[in-house]
Ligand binder design. Structure first.
Ligand code: ATP
Ligand code: MG
Length: 429
């Protein structure tokens, strides 16, 4: 019996991987011009990093974590998100001594035990970006600006909607929470099971329910925005002013709360109408109290996470073409071991050619010529170079145009230059 991948995880095959590489390259560029530096983190942590860092009452901690005991009996968890882990590192390595804000990003897999469905996986991948140590609303605008710049560079900005909200802070949110709970309890009978349960556990998250049956009640719920204290209200207005100055369009969505306990003030989300129910491509917000909660200094911070699977899904199919171009440009076919030895350094020289390497594949010298040409055909390469005993004796190679089937003799001494010239003609990359 063959062994299959675990439910809810997926392989990224070569034709897809080029899109992933593209997203990651564009992201690194977009983040680094703003001064964000990469940090690479472990994919598992002590469970308490997430229990404390994400919040005991959240869906993630209650239902979604991959938690296990290792051989020494310690409770470890595969990271369900990057922020808590990144802050653990920030504190552990004293990164807070650097000039603030400290700007960091990280890219990698996350693990959540969710019900698998289209666009929702148990191992998925995120781009995470965090700016730490500054409360100024201009930083909120910067972080949102980086996010928008990323999607502009990917050519996807027009297909996404940016929504922002403010959910208040330690001063004003408790009163709002109270008001919301009273309201939700009053309409409990009209809400789904999950909403009723969340009302007691994590009431803000109720507003996030995607069940259409709950919408009417939730649309009438008191809005966090009306309960903001003066400081939070001002902060929110400033963020909007800066976004306008940056020519970033947004809508205010008073229902936009985030699933994690630690968010305060600014929350934001990027959505698309093109991916069905799983329409959130990125989300983020401010988390001013979290670093202190994790045992670090009182550094405020803001960040976002982008779901890479969903970004890749939005990329046009034509990105896959880049994959075609990576196939070898030529196949070198030696007949016999002596020919193989003559072609080995030639293949190497082509692969390190400057300014542009020429990707070539080299046969082993043992297969039949007809099979080798068949293979070259299937790979879709432009040229085959054949060196048999006769060619070797005359210091020649046969250069075959795989499309037309026409052949010419080329001296082995100039073969490298010849192939470099041919490959630059077609702009092969
Ligand atoms: P949702 O409400 O969809 O569960 P979330 O609040 O759990 O989202 P975040 O923790 O903010 O999501 O993660 C940021 C982004 O990561 C999401 O906007 C989404 O694009 C992506 N994401 C989250 N969970 C998954 C998953 N299970 N599979 C694929 N992508 C995911
Ligand atoms: Mg979720």
């Amino acid at each position: 019996m063959t062994i299959k991948a675990v439910r809810g995880v997926h392989d990224i095959l070569p034709s897809e991987a080029v899109k992933w590489q593209h997203v990651e390259t564009v992201a690194r560029q977009a983040f680094e011009v703003y001064g964000y530096e990469e940090i690479r983190l472990p994919i598992f942590e002590r469970t308490e990093v997430f229990a404390r860092g994400i919040g005991e009452t959240t869906d993630i901690v209650q239902k979604e974590m991959y938690t296990f005991e290792d051989r020494s009996g310690e409770s470890l968890t595969l990271r369900p998100e990057a922020t808590a882990s990144l802050l653990r590192a920030y504190i552990e390595h004293g990164l807070f001594v650097n000039p603030k804000p400290v700007r960091l990003y990280t890219i990698g897999p996350m693990f959540r035990h969710e019900r698998p469905q289209a666009g929702r996986y148990r191992q998925f991948h995120q781009l995470n970006l965090e700016a730490i140590g500054e409360v100024h609303p201009a930083l909120d605008a910067e972080v949102i600006g980086v996010l928008m710049e990323l999607f502009r560079s990917l050519g996807l900005a027009d297909r996404l909607t940016l929504a922002i909200n403010s959910i208040g802070d330690a001063a004003c949110r408790p009163a709002y929470r109270e008001k919301l709970v009273v309201y939700l309890r009053r309409y409990a009978a009209e809400l789904c099971e999950e909403c009723r349960e969340r009302t007691e556990r994590n009431p803000l998250r109720v507003l996030d329910c995607k069940n259409p049956r709950c919408r009417p009640v939730l649309d009438g719920a008191p809005s966090a925005r009306d309960s903001l204290c003066a400081d939070c209200a001002q902060h929110f207005l400033d963020v909007q002013d800066y976004l306008k100055a940056m020519r970033i369009s947004f809508e205010i969505n008073p229902r936009l709360v985030r699933g994690l306990d630690y968010y305060v003030r600014t929350t934001f989300e990027l959505t698309t109408t093109e991916l069905g129910a799983q329409n959130a491509v990125a989300g983020g917000g401010r988390y001013d109290g979290l670093i202190e909660l994790l045992g670090g200094p009182r550094d405020p911070a803001i960040g976002f996470a982008v779901g890479i699977e969903r970004v890749v899904q939005l990329l046009p199919e034509s990105y896959g073409d880049a994959w075609e171009h990576r196939r070898p440009f030529a196949v070198l076919i030696p007949i016999g071991d002596e020919a193989l030895k003559r072609l080995l350094p030639i293949a190497q020289a082509l692969r390190v050619a400057t300014p542009k390497p020429v990707p070539v594949e080299l046969g082993y010298g043992g297969r039949k010529l007809r099979n080798e040409l068949d293979r070259a055909n299937k790979l879709g390469v432009a040229w085959a170079v054949i060196v048999g005993e006769r060619e070797l004796a005359g210091g020649q190679a046969v250069l075959r145009d795989m499309k037309s089937g026409s052949q010419q003799q080329v001296s082995l001494r100039v073969l490298v230059q010849k192939l470099i010239a041919l490959s630059s003609e077609v702009g092969h990359d």
